[in-house]
Ligand binder design. Structure first.
Ligand SMILES: [Zn+2]
Length: 370
Protein backbone atom coordinates (compact mmCIF):
# COMPACT_ATOMS: atom_id res chain seq x y z
CA UNK A 1 0.00 0.00 0.00
CA UNK A 2 1.52 3.25 -1.07
CA UNK A 3 1.22 6.27 1.12
CA UNK A 4 -0.32 8.20 -1.77
CA UNK A 5 -3.32 5.89 -1.56
CA UNK A 6 -4.03 7.28 1.87
CA UNK A 7 -4.24 10.87 0.89
CA UNK A 8 -7.96 11.09 1.13
CA UNK A 9 -8.00 9.64 4.59
CA UNK A 10 -7.25 12.77 6.44
CA UNK A 11 -9.47 15.67 7.10
CA UNK A 12 -9.47 18.35 9.67
CA UNK A 13 -12.64 20.40 9.47
CA UNK A 14 -12.24 22.02 6.14
CA UNK A 15 -14.07 22.59 3.86
CA UNK A 16 -17.22 21.66 5.74
CA UNK A 17 -18.06 21.33 9.38
CA UNK A 18 -19.47 18.01 10.25
CA UNK A 19 -20.88 18.33 13.74
CA UNK A 20 -24.40 17.82 12.53
CA UNK A 21 -26.31 17.50 9.33
CA UNK A 22 -25.42 20.41 7.11
CA UNK A 23 -28.54 22.48 6.62
CA UNK A 24 -29.88 22.27 3.07
CA UNK A 25 -31.95 24.69 1.01
CA UNK A 26 -35.23 24.25 2.83
CA UNK A 27 -33.66 23.67 6.26
CA UNK A 28 -32.88 26.34 8.82
CA UNK A 29 -29.72 28.27 8.04
CA UNK A 30 -28.13 27.05 11.29
CA UNK A 31 -28.48 24.06 13.58
CA UNK A 32 -27.43 23.30 17.12
CA UNK A 33 -25.07 20.44 17.70
CA UNK A 34 -26.64 17.51 19.47
CA UNK A 35 -24.15 16.58 22.18
CA UNK A 36 -25.28 12.99 22.39
CA UNK A 37 -27.67 10.75 20.59
CA UNK A 38 -30.02 10.24 23.55
CA UNK A 39 -31.19 13.82 23.53
CA UNK A 40 -33.25 15.45 20.82
CA UNK A 41 -32.88 19.21 20.68
CA UNK A 42 -35.98 20.96 21.93
CA UNK A 43 -37.83 23.12 19.43
CA UNK A 44 -36.76 26.61 20.38
CA UNK A 45 -39.04 29.49 19.56
CA UNK A 46 -37.32 32.71 20.38
CA UNK A 47 -39.06 35.80 19.13
CA UNK A 48 -37.59 38.51 21.25
CA UNK A 49 -37.50 41.81 19.33
CA UNK A 50 -34.61 43.06 21.49
CA UNK A 51 -32.41 40.37 19.98
CA UNK A 52 -32.85 41.67 16.45
CA UNK A 53 -30.48 44.56 16.87
CA UNK A 54 -28.30 43.21 19.62
CA UNK A 55 -24.66 43.33 18.54
CA UNK A 56 -22.64 40.14 18.26
CA UNK A 57 -19.37 39.82 20.12
CA UNK A 58 -16.36 41.54 18.55
CA UNK A 59 -14.75 38.14 18.12
CA UNK A 60 -17.64 36.82 16.03
CA UNK A 61 -17.84 40.03 13.97
CA UNK A 62 -14.13 39.78 13.29
CA UNK A 63 -14.37 36.15 12.26
CA UNK A 64 -17.31 36.88 9.94
CA UNK A 65 -15.23 39.56 8.20
CA UNK A 66 -12.08 37.48 8.16
CA UNK A 67 -13.74 34.43 6.63
CA UNK A 68 -16.24 36.21 4.35
CA UNK A 69 -14.31 35.41 1.19
CA UNK A 70 -13.69 31.78 2.10
CA UNK A 71 -16.99 30.48 3.41
CA UNK A 72 -19.74 29.90 0.92
CA UNK A 73 -22.73 30.77 3.07
CA UNK A 74 -21.11 34.09 4.00
CA UNK A 75 -20.48 35.08 0.39
CA UNK A 76 -24.10 35.00 -0.70
CA UNK A 77 -26.04 37.98 0.72
CA UNK A 78 -29.33 36.11 1.12
CA UNK A 79 -27.71 33.09 2.68
CA UNK A 80 -25.65 35.23 5.06
CA UNK A 81 -28.78 37.12 6.15
CA UNK A 82 -30.59 33.82 6.79
CA UNK A 83 -27.67 32.56 8.83
CA UNK A 84 -27.40 35.75 10.88
CA UNK A 85 -31.12 35.65 11.61
CA UNK A 86 -30.88 32.01 12.62
CA UNK A 87 -27.90 32.34 14.96
CA UNK A 88 -29.52 35.35 16.66
CA UNK A 89 -32.10 32.96 18.10
CA UNK A 90 -29.41 31.04 19.95
CA UNK A 91 -26.21 32.93 20.64
CA UNK A 92 -27.81 35.21 23.23
CA UNK A 93 -29.55 32.44 25.18
CA UNK A 94 -28.25 31.86 28.70
CA UNK A 95 -30.46 29.23 30.36
CA UNK A 96 -28.72 29.13 33.72
CA UNK A 97 -28.04 32.88 33.76
CA UNK A 98 -24.35 32.45 34.54
CA UNK A 99 -23.20 34.97 31.96
CA UNK A 100 -21.92 32.29 29.54
CA UNK A 101 -24.13 32.06 26.44
CA UNK A 102 -25.52 28.58 25.82
CA UNK A 103 -24.33 28.43 22.19
CA UNK A 104 -21.62 29.84 19.97
CA UNK A 105 -21.56 30.25 16.19
CA UNK A 106 -17.79 30.60 16.26
CA UNK A 107 -16.58 27.04 16.02
CA UNK A 108 -12.97 26.01 15.46
CA UNK A 109 -11.97 29.56 14.74
CA UNK A 110 -14.56 30.35 12.10
CA UNK A 111 -18.24 31.13 11.64
CA UNK A 112 -20.23 27.93 11.59
CA UNK A 113 -23.69 26.81 10.56
CA UNK A 114 -23.58 24.32 13.39
CA UNK A 115 -23.70 25.94 16.79
CA UNK A 116 -21.71 24.35 19.56
CA UNK A 117 -22.52 24.60 23.30
CA UNK A 118 -20.36 27.39 24.73
CA UNK A 119 -21.59 26.81 28.26
CA UNK A 120 -20.30 23.36 29.30
CA UNK A 121 -23.34 22.93 31.56
CA UNK A 122 -26.23 24.68 29.83
CA UNK A 123 -28.91 23.91 32.43
CA UNK A 124 -26.58 24.56 35.36
CA UNK A 125 -27.35 21.34 37.24
CA UNK A 126 -23.68 20.55 37.84
CA UNK A 127 -23.63 17.77 35.22
CA UNK A 128 -21.70 18.66 32.03
CA UNK A 129 -23.87 18.62 28.90
CA UNK A 130 -22.35 15.43 27.54
CA UNK A 131 -22.90 13.50 30.76
CA UNK A 132 -26.35 14.90 31.26
CA UNK A 133 -29.21 12.71 30.00
CA UNK A 134 -31.16 15.93 29.64
CA UNK A 135 -28.76 18.85 29.14
CA UNK A 136 -31.60 21.40 29.07
CA UNK A 137 -33.37 20.41 32.28
CA UNK A 138 -31.74 20.99 35.65
CA UNK A 139 -33.78 18.51 37.63
CA UNK A 140 -31.37 15.63 37.23
CA UNK A 141 -28.13 14.85 39.00
CA UNK A 142 -25.50 12.21 38.36
CA UNK A 143 -22.42 10.89 40.12
CA UNK A 144 -19.17 12.13 38.57
CA UNK A 145 -16.48 9.92 37.09
CA UNK A 146 -18.63 7.10 35.75
CA UNK A 147 -19.97 6.61 32.25
CA UNK A 148 -23.66 7.41 32.55
CA UNK A 149 -26.23 4.91 31.30
CA UNK A 150 -27.29 6.98 28.29
CA UNK A 151 -23.72 6.90 26.90
CA UNK A 152 -22.81 3.33 27.85
CA UNK A 153 -21.88 0.99 25.02
CA UNK A 154 -22.55 -2.71 25.29
CA UNK A 155 -20.65 -5.90 24.42
CA UNK A 156 -17.04 -5.77 23.27
CA UNK A 157 -17.20 -2.11 22.29
CA UNK A 158 -18.45 -1.42 25.83
CA UNK A 159 -15.27 -3.02 27.21
CA UNK A 160 -13.07 -0.83 24.99
CA UNK A 161 -15.16 2.19 25.91
CA UNK A 162 -14.35 1.50 29.59
CA UNK A 163 -10.63 1.00 28.90
CA UNK A 164 -10.35 4.21 26.91
CA UNK A 165 -12.19 6.08 29.65
CA UNK A 166 -10.35 4.66 32.65
CA UNK A 167 -6.84 4.45 31.19
CA UNK A 168 -6.77 7.43 28.85
CA UNK A 169 -9.61 9.72 29.90
CA UNK A 170 -11.29 9.53 26.51
CA UNK A 171 -15.02 9.00 26.27
CA UNK A 172 -16.18 7.11 23.17
CA UNK A 173 -19.82 7.78 22.47
CA UNK A 174 -22.27 7.07 19.71
CA UNK A 175 -23.51 10.10 17.86
CA UNK A 176 -24.99 9.31 14.49
CA UNK A 177 -23.20 5.99 14.12
CA UNK A 178 -22.31 3.16 16.49
CA UNK A 179 -18.74 2.58 17.60
CA UNK A 180 -17.03 -0.69 16.69
CA UNK A 181 -14.80 -2.67 19.05
CA UNK A 182 -12.14 -2.86 16.28
CA UNK A 183 -11.85 0.92 15.85
CA UNK A 184 -11.80 1.52 19.61
CA UNK A 185 -9.14 -1.17 20.08
CA UNK A 186 -7.04 0.35 17.27
CA UNK A 187 -7.26 3.78 18.83
CA UNK A 188 -6.34 2.36 22.21
CA UNK A 189 -3.19 0.69 20.86
CA UNK A 190 -2.25 3.78 18.82
CA UNK A 191 -2.45 5.93 21.92
CA UNK A 192 -0.27 3.42 23.76
CA UNK A 193 2.62 3.85 21.31
CA UNK A 194 5.67 5.10 23.20
CA UNK A 195 5.84 8.40 21.33
CA UNK A 196 2.20 9.16 22.11
CA UNK A 197 1.52 7.58 25.50
CA UNK A 198 3.99 9.81 27.33
CA UNK A 199 2.06 12.95 26.59
CA UNK A 200 -1.46 11.85 25.67
CA UNK A 201 -2.59 11.15 29.23
CA UNK A 202 -2.16 14.82 30.01
CA UNK A 203 -3.65 16.10 26.79
CA UNK A 204 -6.94 17.84 27.22
CA UNK A 205 -7.28 18.31 23.47
CA UNK A 206 -9.01 14.98 22.93
CA UNK A 207 -11.63 14.04 25.47
CA UNK A 208 -14.38 12.67 23.29
CA UNK A 209 -14.51 10.17 20.47
CA UNK A 210 -17.67 10.49 18.42
CA UNK A 211 -19.01 7.95 15.95
CA UNK A 212 -20.37 10.15 13.16
CA UNK A 213 -22.79 8.63 10.70
CA UNK A 214 -21.71 10.36 7.52
CA UNK A 215 -18.01 9.55 7.83
CA UNK A 216 -16.73 7.19 5.20
CA UNK A 217 -13.48 5.31 5.83
CA UNK A 218 -12.67 5.80 2.14
CA UNK A 219 -12.98 9.56 2.31
CA UNK A 220 -12.74 10.78 5.88
CA UNK A 221 -11.44 8.25 8.35
CA UNK A 222 -11.33 10.82 11.12
CA UNK A 223 -11.56 14.51 11.89
CA UNK A 224 -10.36 16.57 14.80
CA UNK A 225 -12.73 19.13 16.32
CA UNK A 226 -10.79 21.54 18.55
CA UNK A 227 -13.78 23.40 20.02
CA UNK A 228 -15.37 20.10 21.03
CA UNK A 229 -12.04 18.56 22.14
CA UNK A 230 -13.11 15.60 20.06
CA UNK A 231 -12.18 13.28 17.25
CA UNK A 232 -14.94 11.87 15.10
CA UNK A 233 -14.61 8.54 13.31
CA UNK A 234 -16.86 6.22 11.28
CA UNK A 235 -18.65 3.40 13.06
CA UNK A 236 -20.56 0.29 12.03
CA UNK A 237 -22.42 2.16 9.29
CA UNK A 238 -19.31 3.82 7.88
CA UNK A 239 -17.25 0.65 7.79
CA UNK A 240 -20.21 -1.39 6.64
CA UNK A 241 -19.67 -4.23 9.10
CA UNK A 242 -18.45 -5.22 12.52
CA UNK A 243 -14.79 -5.91 11.74
CA UNK A 244 -11.86 -4.16 10.14
CA UNK A 245 -9.25 -5.97 8.04
CA UNK A 246 -5.58 -5.59 8.99
CA UNK A 247 -5.12 -3.08 6.16
CA UNK A 248 -8.10 -1.07 7.38
CA UNK A 249 -6.74 -1.08 10.93
CA UNK A 250 -3.33 0.15 9.74
CA UNK A 251 -4.80 2.95 7.67
CA UNK A 252 -7.07 3.87 10.53
CA UNK A 253 -4.19 3.96 13.04
CA UNK A 254 -2.32 6.21 10.65
CA UNK A 255 -5.24 8.60 10.35
CA UNK A 256 -5.53 8.75 14.15
CA UNK A 257 -1.87 9.80 14.34
CA UNK A 258 -2.70 12.53 11.85
CA UNK A 259 -5.53 13.80 14.06
CA UNK A 260 -3.27 13.63 17.12
CA UNK A 261 -0.94 15.91 15.19
CA UNK A 262 -3.74 18.47 14.85
CA UNK A 263 -4.49 18.19 18.58
CA UNK A 264 -0.83 18.61 19.52
CA UNK A 265 -0.50 21.67 17.34
CA UNK A 266 -3.58 23.40 18.73
CA UNK A 267 -2.41 22.55 22.24
CA UNK A 268 1.16 23.81 22.29
CA UNK A 269 2.21 25.55 19.08
CA UNK A 270 1.84 29.31 18.68
CA UNK A 271 0.98 30.83 15.33
CA UNK A 272 4.40 32.52 15.17
CA UNK A 273 6.21 29.25 15.74
CA UNK A 274 4.06 27.45 13.18
CA UNK A 275 4.65 30.15 10.61
CA UNK A 276 8.39 30.17 11.21
CA UNK A 277 8.74 26.39 10.90
CA UNK A 278 6.42 26.19 7.90
CA UNK A 279 8.55 28.76 6.08
CA UNK A 280 11.85 27.33 7.24
CA UNK A 281 11.17 23.60 6.92
CA UNK A 282 8.17 23.25 4.65
CA UNK A 283 8.71 25.67 1.77
CA UNK A 284 5.62 27.72 2.63
CA UNK A 285 5.53 31.29 1.52
CA UNK A 286 3.69 33.02 4.37
CA UNK A 287 3.42 36.69 5.28
CA UNK A 288 4.01 37.71 8.90
CA UNK A 289 0.97 37.43 11.18
CA UNK A 290 0.01 40.49 13.14
CA UNK A 291 -1.83 38.79 15.97
CA UNK A 292 -1.37 35.37 17.49
CA UNK A 293 -4.07 33.39 15.71
CA UNK A 294 -3.57 29.73 14.94
CA UNK A 295 -6.78 29.95 12.88
CA UNK A 296 -5.42 32.70 10.67
CA UNK A 297 -6.73 32.22 7.11
CA UNK A 298 -3.12 32.25 5.84
CA UNK A 299 -2.73 28.79 7.36
CA UNK A 300 -5.53 27.56 5.11
CA UNK A 301 -4.02 28.50 1.75
CA UNK A 302 -2.56 25.68 -0.32
CA UNK A 303 1.17 25.28 -0.94
CA UNK A 304 2.13 27.05 -4.12
CA UNK A 305 5.81 26.15 -4.28
CA UNK A 306 5.93 23.15 -6.58
CA UNK A 307 9.40 21.94 -5.72
CA UNK A 308 8.85 22.01 -1.96
CA UNK A 309 9.44 18.58 -0.46
CA UNK A 310 6.48 17.31 1.52
CA UNK A 311 5.60 13.84 2.85
CA UNK A 312 2.43 13.55 0.76
CA UNK A 313 0.32 15.46 -1.72
CA UNK A 314 -2.29 16.01 0.96
CA UNK A 315 0.32 17.90 2.99
CA UNK A 316 0.11 20.60 0.29
CA UNK A 317 -3.53 21.32 1.23
CA UNK A 318 -2.66 23.88 3.88
CA UNK A 319 -0.21 24.44 6.74
CA UNK A 320 -2.37 22.58 9.26
CA UNK A 321 -2.56 19.51 7.04
CA UNK A 322 1.16 19.78 6.28
CA UNK A 323 1.85 19.65 10.01
CA UNK A 324 -0.54 16.73 10.67
CA UNK A 325 0.73 14.71 7.69
CA UNK A 326 4.36 15.29 8.66
CA UNK A 327 3.69 14.46 12.31
CA UNK A 328 1.88 11.21 11.39
CA UNK A 329 4.72 10.19 9.06
CA UNK A 330 7.30 11.01 11.72
CA UNK A 331 5.61 8.92 14.44
CA UNK A 332 4.85 6.12 12.00
CA UNK A 333 8.50 5.74 11.01
CA UNK A 334 9.71 6.14 14.56
CA UNK A 335 7.37 3.40 15.80
CA UNK A 336 8.11 0.86 13.05
CA UNK A 337 8.94 -1.91 15.52
CA UNK A 338 5.68 -1.43 17.44
CA UNK A 339 3.47 -1.52 14.38
CA UNK A 340 4.97 -4.57 12.75
CA UNK A 341 1.55 -5.71 11.49
CA UNK A 342 1.50 -2.61 9.31
CA UNK A 343 4.80 -3.04 7.45
CA UNK A 344 2.98 -2.76 4.11
CA UNK A 345 2.00 0.82 4.86
CA UNK A 346 4.79 3.27 4.09
CA UNK A 347 5.06 6.90 5.01
CA UNK A 348 7.53 9.40 3.58
CA UNK A 349 10.47 10.55 5.70
CA UNK A 350 10.36 14.01 7.17
CA UNK A 351 13.40 16.30 7.02
CA UNK A 352 15.99 16.37 9.77
CA UNK A 353 14.89 19.87 10.75
CA UNK A 354 11.29 18.71 11.20
CA UNK A 355 12.39 15.70 13.23
CA UNK A 356 14.24 17.99 15.62
CA UNK A 357 11.20 20.25 15.93
CA UNK A 358 8.82 17.32 16.56
CA UNK A 359 11.14 15.95 19.25
CA UNK A 360 11.07 19.37 20.93
CA UNK A 361 7.29 19.44 20.75
CA UNK A 362 6.92 15.96 22.24
CA UNK A 363 9.15 16.93 25.14
CA UNK A 364 7.19 20.14 25.62
CA UNK A 365 3.89 18.23 25.54
CA UNK A 366 5.01 15.91 28.32
CA UNK A 367 5.45 18.76 30.69
CA UNK A 368 2.40 20.76 29.81
CA UNK A 369 -1.30 20.21 30.05
CA UNK A 370 -2.74 20.93 26.68
ZN1 LIG B 1 -6.15 16.82 8.90
Amino acid sequence: MKFSNLLLFYFILWPSLTYAEEPHDASPACARFRVHLAQELPAEKVDDPTLRNRPFTGELEKAINGWKERIEFLQDDTERARWLQCIRQFVFLDTNKNGIPDWTALVDGRPSRTLFPLDPDIDGDGVPNLFDPDPYDNTDGLPHGVIPAHLSLTGESGLWQKKLWLDLGILAINHTDEHLADTLATIYSTLQLDSVRKWKREVRGINVLYAFGHRSPEMEAAAYHPTANAISIPGRGGFGGNHLSTTQKCKFASSILHELGHALLFGIVSSDELREKAVDSGGWNLPPISNNNIWSPIFFESLNVQKAKVVSDYARTNVHEWFAESFAAYIWNKEQSSISDCQQLHHGQVSKKLKVWFETLLTRAQTRTL
